[in-house]
Write a protein that binds this ligand. Structure first.
Ligand code: AMP
Length: 451
């Protein structure tokens, strides 16, 4: 294979210099394919997760296009519009574009909700080359006539599937309808649900389709492990794991904002510097938490899915799913926070009895079984065990009563799932044999009925 370089892709000198300063020596696969297609003026459908280098894949051709024969923007107008589902992602995209475009003289700004609009209105007054925005606030400012979209010649929707999940798709459609028909458009999405397919038909013209990781496929370089652990022991297990200093930069995911606060408080109490990031925090507090984490001042960032969406922090060593997500796609997004741009990462998940069905859904979409690891936590007290096993115990049968830590036993289960299947000795060696009973459902079902 001949070596593809940014230069051979036709990237202009000032951008090459900026990329070299960032140590981007080789284009990633999506960049190799997207850059020439976009430079030739084509529309693009990119099926790719974060971590693939997609920001530079659309950012480099965009910067180059805008810098050629540059004419200053008109008041309140933008030449390029990039929509992102979350504030963090919007900020991150703009930061990346500033970095790649630092030797170009282009104006950019970010429009996002959750903060006062005055500065944003002021930033748009003279117009910009590139506007990065979350849909709701943008629509609001357009309706107030602070922003005029009639000069947009390049339009990019990033993380479209997340837009859909977050209920923004209608706003996106409204914005599309306001754009000039003559434009270059791109859409990026990790998955392609029907509504996104429909949106691509409406907003892209004969797009180049680039798929860098098959739909729903987990980032290959992430090593994934699973602990079956009772809810009450999750914090303890987390603290145990964090005794290992190789867990150097860790994102811990919870399902709820409250849960994120509680875990961060627990960690802080035990001497681990942790910050929480979630939707109930002000934009400034979120950014501060993210900065502390990025700069290594906080070792752990505890996050909910939405807040963590698109977070791009280099060298995250571990992702810990303190709670499994109820949407299996979120699992893929979560673990994609580690192992970015060629580095390796580890994802560790905690699964309690109530989460077994989530696990089943996750394994279905990643099309693999996650390696089960045994833990050595002390036994639960009788009271804890009772709480853990309560509502779902089938037939009143005491399956968990083997005198071993309850979490491994899947105490409390829904029929037909992995739950409640005999899980073998919880203290068995950590590797594949530990996981066997869960994967080989057929056999286990037989064993279960024999039990
Ligand atoms: P993205 O998928 O755009 O969020 O990018 C993921 C990470 O990869 C970011 O931290 C980028 O800075 C980094 N990155 C993107 N392109 C390259 C490249 N060609 N070489 C090295 N790192 C890259």
């Amino acid at each position: 294979m001949t070596d593809v370089t940014f230069e051979s892709l036709g990237v202009a000198e000032p951008i090459l210099r900026a990329l070299a300063a960032e140590n981007y020596t080789t284009p990633t696969p999506i960049q190799t394919r997207a850059i020439p297609a976009l430079m030739s003026g084509k529309d693009l459908l990119g099926i790719a997760q974060t971590g693939t280098g997609k920001t530079a894949a659309f950012g480099i051709p965009l910067l180059q296009k805008l810098s050629i024969g540059h004419i200053p923007p008109q008041p309140r107008q933008a030449k390029a519009l990039i929509l992102a589902p979350t504030r963090e992602l919007a900020v991150q995209i703009e930061e990346a574009l500033r970095t790649y475009g630092r030797h170009l003289n282009l104006k950019m700004t970010v429009i996002l909700g959750g903060v006062n609009q005055n500065t944003q209105v002021k930033n748009m007054a003279k117009g910009v080359d590139i506007l990065v925005a979350t849909p709701g606030r943008l629509l609001d400012l357009v309706q107030q006539k602070h922003i005029n979209l009639s000069a947009v010649n390049t339009f990019i929707v990033d993380e479209a599937d997340r837009m859909l999940d977050m209920g923004f798709i209608r706003d996106v459609r409204k914005l599309v309808a306001m754009l000039p028909r003559e434009r270059q458009s791109m859409l990026f999405s990790a998955t392609m649900p029907d509504d996104i397919v429909k949106l691509t038909h409406d907003m892209l013209r004969q797009p180049e389709r680039i798929e860098v990781a098959p739909q729903g496929k987990t980032a290959d370089r992430v090593e994934q492990k699973m602990y079956f652990v009772p809810t009450q022991q999750k914090r303890q297990l987390l603290s145990e794991l964090l005794k290992d200093v190789s867990l150097n930069k860790v994102i811990v995911f919870t399902r709820t904002k409250h849960g994120a606060n509680k875990v961060a408080e627990h960690l802080s109490r035990t001497g681990v510097v942790a910050e929480a990031i979630h939707g109930n925090k002000s934009q400034n507090a979120r950014q501060r938490a993210l900065d502390l984490f990025k700069t290594g001042k906080a070792r752990v960032l505890v996050a909910t899915d939405i807040a963590a969406r698109g977070i791009d922090v280099d060298y995250i060593t571990h992702v810990i799913n303190f709670e499994l997500p109820n949407e299996p796609e979120s699992y893929v997004h979560r673990i994609g926070r580690t192992a970015r741009a060629g580095t390796e990462g580890i994802a560790i998940s905690f699964c309690d009895a109530s989460e077994r069905s989530y696990l089943r859904d996750i394994e279905r979409i990643i099309r693999m079984k996650i390696e089960l690891v045994a833990h050595d936590l002390p036994e639960l007290t009788a009271e804890q065990r009772q709480q853990q096993e309560e509502p779902r115990r089938p037939h009143g049968h005491n399956r968990g009563g083997h005198g071993k830590p309850g979490g491994h036993k899947g105490g409390g289960h829904k029929p037909g799932g992995r739950d409640g299947l005999p899980h073998g000795d919880p203290h068995a060696p950590a590797k594949r044999n530990g996981s066997r009973p869960h994967w080989q459902r057929g056999k286990d079902k037989k064993r279960e009925s024999a039990a």
